[in-house]
Design a protein around this ligand. Sequence first.
Ligand SMILES: Cc1cc2nc3c(=O)[nH]c(=O)nc-3n(C[C@H](O)[C@H](O)[C@H](O)COP(=O)(O)O)c2cc1C
Length: 378
Amino acid sequence: MPKLKVAEPKEIGNMLIKNRFVRSATFERMATEEGKVTEELLEFYKPLAKGGVGLIITGLASVHPSGHGYPNQLVIETDDFIPGLNKLSDYIHKNGQGCKAVLQLAHNGRQSMMLGLEPIAPSAIQEPMSNNMPREMTVEEIDEIIEAFAEATRRAMEAGFDGVQLHAAHGYLLSEFLSPHTNRRTDEYGGTTEKRVKIVEKIYKKALNKVGKDYPIMIKMNADDFIEGGIDINESKKIATFFSQLGFAAIELSGGMWEVTLRSKEELGWMPAMLPESRVDITSKDQEAYNLPYAKKIKKSINVPLILVGGLKSLDVIEKILQEEDADFIALCRPLIREPDLPNRWLKGIGDLTCECISCNSCVGSVIQGKLECIYKE
Ligand SMILES: Cc1cc2nc3c(=O)[nH]c(=O)nc-3n(C[C@H](O)[C@H](O)[C@H](O)COP(=O)(O)O)c2cc1C
């Protein structure tokens, strides 16, 4: 087999990633009610770590009680969570033969499934999928959330993670601040692009002060919200350029937010399913890599690694993207739920190389109803 680009190591900040495969953050629903790591969660990560992926990004971990959006979600809100999370990073390192571990840090903002929680958001704009009506955050609350993300970064480092990723995509709190659709503030946190990125800028600087400049802080953001008045490619290009200059170790490009599910296939040109960032029915190669057109536009404006996610299922498609330098890393979510050892299978040329995931989103249904799994997996 010819030498594959995807097999080549590359750095993200000071982390040397053994190949270009990244496991994109995936909510597992396997933590305790409180949000602590369980044996079940550790066991879930074992085949993934052994499966050849170079970097695992965990499912979203809540940084503050006001943003704890899902049942049995990981939590990193106090130092009490450090020992359990330490077991998780250790487990990934022990099983992963050089695989790196990054914790995804999140606040759900107005997109919360937790009944009884009053969602907070940059502005009081109703979330039409859940009908959640958030309360506009005060400046004091914004300060508290900035501190919460920065403290969570310190805790992740103390828990042995090689880095963190801020979840600023898919309509969660930081994404709500970035988007002019959900951020209608008129103070220092809303209005121009410079003001909408302010909360992320403050989090990054505060976190760096706590962990030192060598600790990799990555970010996941929307290249397009797919909502009128939201982020489009012109806006995301500006935001990504700013994040790159600020010093984020890598930028993962995705798109969408919950309310996109209410838009039609005719409007979008593709079928919005339960999770619009995870498109369904990808049955041909030209439907794969659906965020690639955005990556092509953004790649040249940034000077940190670009991680591309979304519908990547064929090795030759992946190779072409890497060869043409439209992305530096390829992130996979659903294909690794189905086949955690897919990177090894591809890297070693085992089998016919077809990815078994059919992009049906039954895994989304399973995680809403119970816990993460592919219902078709034997
Ligand atoms: C069950 C499920 C859970 C997800 N959880 C997260 C998450 O915790 N954080 C996140 O940033 N994205 C999450 N995503 C989105 C994925 O990381 C990814 O961006 C998307 O599924 C597209 O990649 P894919 O086509 O390889 O699945 C989730 C997707 C699925 C299907």
